[in-house]
Ligand binder design. Structure first.
Ligand code: ZN
Length: 877
């Protein structure tokens, strides 16, 4: 007994000692963990958001890696490379337990998102078992610096804060913390730090903060033209399926300090009503968090609306992911600024409050740290709401998808039919594959069928609206009917009584019309009756294989109607081949070939090379015996100068991207080179992307930028451009840049839109019809009636003159039915006016392309107007 007792005592003492040792080790470990989880200020040497300090992307990721080494509450993932090759990394932050079960929670979210095969009971069960996945990004627009900096502080706070609120967030939510523009974040930090303490500390970045598209990286979400958008799309819509998507910006309308939802009008009619209510709810929760913390200046229902689907947030909405976004206020970069009421617009100086602006800011110092703290309040409010409403949020996603499937099973449009017979099968496949990338279901008919009275063959593409993300398909494919908000002043409350106002229309935050099949020249037929046939879902659309038809040893005929034929021309010319453009239509091989058909002699381009181009570009080529009896232009590889100003012009970036994609060689030229002259020795064609004439000529004012970036092409550059044309060069002007030769060169052409008042004419981004002269080289390969993108685009009238060489109208607006999608006030001003002109000058020519023929890389139906202008610059008569 005794012994036993002693033994027990002995054992319990050992146990006690062991426990003591364990708890000591554990406490040491915990202390060590806390110690080795470095505060941002310890790691960077300054507080996040400190005056005059910006953390760049590389440093931010290093910090994430440090946190990842120590904490089990964070996991890093790489999800692709940026345009400049930086790895795109994001941090998943949650409780230790959740982090070990990420795949399980992703899978629950995926099943609830895709809806199919899930009963309501199962959906309820999954909603109770899953976690809310909340995406929060900062720095998409890299010069808006506060959001990206706040992500760094937010990571630390979520990992270490032991408050009830943050613990609940870790337990219920998986936060995806993203820095979506790595290249831009590094560029901006570098630019700012290299000009700190100089007169140029707050000067704007003179180039785009994303290699090609800069600020338009928030307009690319359905077109997926750059790697960053594609990587984000893959992560969100194919891998993680978040429930809430929070996208931070930094352009609060001064003197408000942050914009949060509810958004402004007009509201996109295809957004799910439940989603809109959730957005309002989240907005209200954010605003309440600010009021609870005594933070002033929160505004809603102002400026930012949900009309355009190209934003990163909108594309999520159409995937039943509840997006929210904010616009925080900040001066420039990390430089603080003091504001007095005298800096406020007059209307705001009396601090009038309203329901959506309850607590106006009254001025004072405003620094990066303030903006970072505003972002933190807002992000944490969203996470808190997601934690508290986790189950409802998860179920809402399923419910919205389910409702959309049901609704469009019973009401039109039931979907779209994309016929097999298309003018450009390559572009058709491109459009369908974009939809597949956007997680839209596409099918092919397994039998011939009739729809709305029309017969279609087997294998026809069918795109049903009755699918979880059917609202996205509807938004991208239907014609936009934009509401003229002057008629609905009460829309701001609710529609009560239509009234007419004689004021300029209220613009939307972005464009009004975008219908993708129209912009891309793809035939798509809406279905007004339900279709019940056998069909098979496809994972990729493949255009018909390229073929070489016929025989004969003279050479090849390549139809010029596909966009890929442009790539073919560039490849053939680069490899030393010869390309002839037929000037008129002609007969050969039993077919009639329209003007612009490409003739490629075998003598300079072998059959083997042609077959590889045919295969790669899916061309349909005919071999011919003899040289066709038709007069031709010989074309060479054009020597292209692409003008790049120091104003970070997005249209230049888009043009550059498209030229690269279609394999045109080109040289970027800046103001100094245009001012230096001798342009004819270097170039056949010079392209001025869409930019105002004044901005091209004058550029940045002295004192606003480092001297290297001051000024534009100036009057000497204008003279050199004129000389370039007079000596035989081709000047290609896009959109507003047309005004430069119009105003400076006396071409006998005027822009008729110049004198119109805002209450007479309003055309802020829509699709219109133009009629083209298909016998002119600029219009080769296009269609007589073509849809193009128009946004206050220069519209021309030619003066009567006795000159021998008159400006030639190649494209003009029709007499009626000009508007194809979107809305315009003053359509009558465009009737029969010119849109595309070749204006001769000396030995050369100026190509005026008024509409935005390569707008945001979306207008594939009119890319060729630009490409033709470039080939035409080398065309020998
Ligand atoms: Zn922004």
């Amino acid at each position: 007994m005794r012994k036993g007792l002693t033994m027990r005592k002995f054992h319990s003492r050992i146990l006690y000692c062991l426990l003591l040792a364990l708890s000591f080790t554990l406490s040491l470990f915990i202390t060590a963990s806390a110690k080795t989880l470095p505060l941002p200020e310890e790691f960077f040497g300054f507080r996040v958001g400190a005056d005059y300090h910006l953390i760049n992307y590389e440093q931010a990721v290093q910090y994430w890696k440090k946190l990842d080494e120590v904490s089990a509450r964070i996991k890093l993932f790489e999800f692709g490379k940026s345009s400049d090759g930086r790895p795109m990394v994001f941090a998943a932050v949650s409780s230790e337990d959740n982090i070990t079960r990420l795949d399980e929670y992703k899978n629950i979210s995926k099943r609830l998102s895709l809806v199919k095969g899930l009963s309501e009971e199962e959906a309820e069960r999954l909603s109770s078992e899953g976690k809310a996945i909340v995406w929060i990004d900062g720095g998409l627009h890299a010069t808006e610096v506060a959001p990206a900096q706040h992500i760094i502080q937010l990571t630390y706070d979520l990992l270490t804060d032991e408050s009830r609120k943050i613990k609940r967030i870790r337990d219920e939510v998986i936060a995806m913390l993203i820095l979506p523009n790595p290249d831009g974040m590094d560029m901006v930090a570098k630019w700012y730090h290299s000009h700190l303490n100089t007169p140029y500390e707050t000067s704007p970045l003179p180039w785009l903060y994303q290699r090609y598209i800069g600020h338009d990286n928030n307009r690319d979400s359905y077109m997926l033209s750059v790697p960053e958008t594609r990587n984000i799309n893959q992560l969100v819509h194919h891998d993680w399926y978040p429930h809430v998507f929070y996208n931070h910006h930094q352009r609060a309308p001064f003197p408000s300090l942050i914009f949060v939802p509810p958004d402004s009008e007009p509201t996109n009619p295809n957004l799910h009503p439940l989603l809109l209510r959730w957005q309002n709810f989240i907005g209200a929760a954010i605003a309440m968090a600010f009021e609870a913390e005594g933070k002033q200046g929160v505004i809603s229902r102002f400026l930012f609306d949900t009309w355009y689907p190209g934003y990163v947030t909108q594309i999520c909405d159409f995937h039943n992911i509840i997006s929210t976004f904010s616009e925080t206020f900040l001066y420039h970069y990390a430089t603080p600024h003091f504001y007095t009421v005298q800096d406020f617009p007059k209307a705001y100086r009396d601090f009038t409050i309203s329901l959506f602006f309850t607590n106006p800011w009254k001025g004072g110092w405003w620094r990066l740290r303030n903006a970072v703290e505003y972002c933190l309040t807002s992000s944490k409010a969203v996470l808190d709401l997601a934690a508290k409403h986790r189950e409802e949020l998860l179920y809402a996603k399923y419910a919205m998808g389910q409702e959309t499937i049901k609704r469009y099973h019973n009401e039109p449009p039931y979907g779209w039919i994309v016929p097999l017979q298309q003018r450009d099968p390559g572009v058709t496949a491109l459009l369908l594959n974009k939809l597949i990338d956007l997680d839209i279901e596409i099918y092919r008919a397994e039998e011939p069928f009739k729809a709305d009275g029309i017969d279609y063959p087997e294998r026809t593409y069918i795109l049903p609206t009755s699918q979880a993300f059917g609202r996205l398909l509807k938004t991208l494919f239907e014609v936009q009917a934009y509401p003229d908000l002057r008629k609905y002043p009460d829309l701001w409350q609710s529609i009560v009584e239509p009234r007419e106002f004689e004021i300029p229309p209220l613009p939307s935050y972005d464009v009004l019309g975008w219908t993708l099949p129209l912009q891309m020249g793809v035939k798509a037929v809406p279905m007004n009756t339900p279709l019940e046939i056998q069909m098979e879902r496809i994972s990729k659309a493949v255009p018909p294989k390229g073929t070489v038809l016929g025989s004969g040893n003279y050479g090849f005929l390549i139809p010029y109607k596909t966009n890929n034929s442009v790539v073919a021309v560039n490849r053939i010319l680069k490899e030393g081949g010869e390309v002839l453009w037929s000037k008129t239509s002609f007969q050969a091989g039993g077919e009639v070939h329209p003007p612009g058909t490409l003739i490629v002699p075998l003598s300079k381009f072998s059959d083997k090379k042609m077959r590889s181009a045919v295969e790669d570009l899916a061309l349909r080529v005919t071999r011919i015996k003899n040289i066709p009896r038709v007069s031709t232009h010989g074309i060479n590889l054009p020597r292209i100068g692409l003008y790049q100003s120091w104003t970070a012009n997005m249209d230049e970036g888009w043009t550059r991207l498209i030229l690269e994609n279609y394999e045109f060689p080109f040289t970027t030229i800046h103001n100094a080179e245009v001012r230096a002259g001798y342009l004819g020795e270097r170039f056949d064609a010079i392209v001025l992307p869409n930019q105002s004439a004044q901005s091209i000529i004058d550029g940045h004012q002295r004192g606003t930028m480092p001297p290297k970036y001051v000024g534009g092409i100036s009057s000497s550059g204008v003279r050199n451009l004129k000389k370039f044309v007079e000596e035989g060069g081709t000047l290609v002007t896009l959109g507003s840049a047309c005004n430069l030769p119009l105003e400076q060169f006396k071409l006998g052409v005027k822009n008729i839109l110049k004198p119109l008042k805002p209450e007479e004419f309003f055309a802020s981004g829509l699709l219109v019809k133009i009629c083209l002269d298909l016998n002119h080289p600029l219009a080769y390969g296009l269609t007589k009636e073509t849809v193009c993108f128009f946004s206050y685009s220069p519209t021309f009238q030619v003066w009567p003159s006795d000159e021998k060489k008159k400006p030639l109208i190649v494209g003009k607006f029709p007499e009626e039915n000009i508007v194809q999608s979107g809305w315009m006030l003053g359509e009558k001003f465009l009737q029969n006016k010119a849109a595309v002109i070749e204006a001769p000058l000396g030995q050369g020519k100026i190509i005026l392309l008024g509409p935005r023929v390569q707008h945001r890389g979306q207008t594939l139906a009119t890319f060729k107007l630009l490409f033709n202008a470039l080939f035409y610059s080398t065309a020998k008569p």
